[in-house]
Design a protein around this ligand. Structure first.
Ligand SMILES: [Zn+2]
Length: 628
């Protein structure tokens, strides 16, 4: 095995990758928004999630199979995956900020997990003991999905600590899988999982070990789909639900269960990063286009239907009934990260940022210990509140692993160049191919303030590529010689030169508030408007607005909008809007043969970043507001 590099998705040697990853420990976040989030993730989220996986029997399920505890199986058939995702979160946290207590806690959990593995490499606590004869009899029951999360946790743990205790378990499982299914298996048995996940895990295992068998197995699991092996999901949900309705290369529309579809896209992109296949590439482009132009919420949230946790029809994007599973937003970031590594197109980095702030962050309370599973864009009756845990708890540990690994999503390298995708206060040492390290600091109070200062700390000739977000309508870069340049949004601004220690680059983005409107086919959003400022989507919450019903707020076309520091959420910029309020006069009935009459009076309103809603108790909320 090569030198261990603490990267999230290791495209260091991927033949078709445009960009190479930068290890998590190359970055030290400095005081600011994301440093605080990582601190809360480590000190609150990871610790309280450990208490939950212990209290709900998820760990006892492993001890039970290992013969350490005589208790019944608890929970659902996929509960092992929650433990694995938590282990992955701890591993990324260790990679970024080593903590001996967390390391030894993880060692103890690994011992319990390893004790539940069968001699042939199989591991799944639901299908052990009394259900042992049902192994691999129903591909909708997540055996490979759980195994995929085991592999991802093991790769993260190995990269973070250099230990192979969990990697050995994962390798035995992966070998068991290769021995059981596909062309290289002993009996040539066909199979693939109803819930994709194993594909990207196996590619990462290939990258970690160099063993081509795992890459071939991942390709097999993608290629075998669409030929009826899975059939109708759970016998009655249809084959689109679990992406078995057609071969991947023929897919042009993103359909079915959102998390499943997006995880499959992640795995397929991982394969494309290693071995180019024009059919796969075309499908990836078509699916991304369908998702972003017809099926994505203004927040970046995905999967509009509760029914089947699925993508809806084109433009079917209800607000109060938005499903928008947290895991789907996380999966979108994972997919866009892989696409960014594959093609280097800034549109993927834009969407990562947008989804992070507006679809992932809303799902976790500021306190770091409560979560949304569904993320509605409106709540007119103050029904929603975050929970400490769920019976189906896929989302909470998924949030933990994403935020813990965030320092690995900020930068990339290639060909003596550094890409700065996201602007986070940090001090960084980035190894440039065949050269020394470029050291640089990013100083900013972004996303609240518009100025980003990049201080070069070493002498070196290299190229810097700065992402200019597509929403920034006028962006200015000041070079070390004080030269001012305009930079177009939706690009990387490229500067190649010999840098001297002490050189300062200043980037000023346009953070003025903007309005967004929806395509007229999104019938719920007709005559409505959303406010954004930089990457942040805002919402109306009644607690800032004297209990006013968000449906009675009217936004005139020329309404003045100003940002100001919010008094409750420290450091956060909120919006103040010269809006109107509607008072219904008559009739008061549900339906009428007369047109409804109402008064309109001036009523200023306050909007907060959508990701902060529901942090002051239950409230009425809406992202989209009526226009007048
Ligand atoms: Zn979930």
């Amino acid at each position: 095995m090569d030198k261990i590099s603490k990267v999230v998705v290791d495209t260091s040697n991927s033949q078709h990758a445009k960009l190479r990853p930068v290890p998590i420990d190359s970055t030290k976040l400095q005081q600011g928004f994301w440093q605080e989030k990582l601190k809360v993730t480590k000190t609150v989220t990871i610790t309280t999630q450990y208490e939950q996986i212990e209290a709900t029997g998820r760990l006892d399920n492993f001890r039970r199979v290992a013969g350490k505890k005589d208790v019944p199986f608890q929970g659902r058939y996929y509960n092992d995956s929650d433990v694995y995702k938590w282990m992955e979160a701890v591993s990324w946290s260790l990679a970024y900020d080593y903590d001996p207590d967390l390391d030894s806690l993880l060692d103890r959990v690994i011992e319990d997990v390893a004790g539940a593995q069968w001699a042939d490499g199989y591991i799944n606590t639901y299908f052990s003991l009394e259900r042992a004869d049902q192994r691999w009899t129903n591909f909708d029951l997540h055996e490979m999905y759980c195994g995929g999360h085991l592999i991802q946790a093991a790769v993260a743990h190995y990269r973070a600590t250099g230990k192979t205790t969990l990697l050995d378990v994962a390798l035995r499982f992966a070998d068991h899988l290769c021995d059981t299914f596909g062309p290289s298996s002993k009996h040539g048995r066909d199979g693939t999982d109803g819930h994709p996940e194993i594909e990207m895990a196996l590619v990462e295992l290939y990258r970690t070990t160099g063993n081509n068998r795992y890459l071939e197995q991942a390709k097999y699991f993608v290629d075998v789909r669409g030929h009826g092996i899975l059939g109708s999901a759970y016998g009655h949900m249809g084959s689109e639900y679990h992406q078995d309705h057609k071969p991947f290369r023929e897919m042009r529309e993103i359909v079915g269960h959102a998390v499943r579809a997006l995880y499959l896209n992640c795995g397929s992109t991982d394969i494309e990063l290693e071995q180019h296949d024009e059919g796969i590439r075309q499908s990836l482009h078509a699916l991304w286009k369908d998702m972003t132009t017809r099926k994505m919420y203004v927040t970046g949230g995905l999967g509009s239907r509760y029914e089947g946790e699925s993508f809806g029809s084109p433009y079917e994007l209800p607000n109060a009934r938005a499903y928008c599973e947290t895991c789907a937003a996380i999966a979108s970031i994972m997919w866009n990260w892989r696409l960014l590594l594959l093609e280097g197109d800034p549109k993927y980095a834009d969407l990562i940022e947008h989804t992070l702030y507006n679809a992932v962050l809303p799902s976790i309370a500021q306190s770091g210990d409560k979560y949304f599973y569904e993320n509605p864009l409106a709540d007119y009756y103050a029904l929603h509140t975050r929970s400490e845990w769920f019976e189906c708890a896929c989302c909470p540990p998924n949030i933990a692993r994403l935020i813990a690994s965030l320092p690995g999503y900020l930068y990339s390298t290639a060909n003596k160049a550094v890409w700065i995708h996201q602007y986070v206060p940090s001090i960084n040492r980035v190894q440039i191919e065949g050269e020394d390290e470029l050291e640089f600091a990013v100083e900013t109070n972004y996303p609240w303030e518009d100025e980003i200062r990049i201080k070069i700390l070493t002498n070196m000739h290299c190229t810097l590529n700065l992402r200019i977000p597509s929403w920034s309508q006028s962006s200015e870069i000041t070079l070390p010689n004080n030269e001012h340049l305009q930079a177009a949004g939706g690009n990387y601004f490229t500067i190649e030169r010999h840098w001297n220690a002490g050189d300062l680059l200043t980037l000023r983005l346009d953070l003025s508030p903007q309005r967004m409107y929806a395509h007229p086919y999104v019938d719920e959003d007709v005559q409505k408007v959303v406010f954004t400022r930089g990457p942040i989507v805002f919402c109306f919450e009644d607690v800032d607005n004297k209990g006013l019903d968000p449906r009675d707020v009217l936004i005139p076309e020329n309404a003045q909008v100003a940002d100001f520091p919010h008094s409750y959420f420290q450091g956060v910029r909120a919006l103040h809007i010269q809006s109107m309020q509607r008072h219904l006069i008559q009739p008061q009935t549900l339906y009428s043969r007369e047109i409804y009459k109402y008064d309109v009076v001036p009523q200023e309103c306050v909007l907060i970043p959508y990701f902060l809603w529901n942090n002051r108790g239950k409230s009425r909320m809406s992202v989209w507001l009526n226009r007048i």
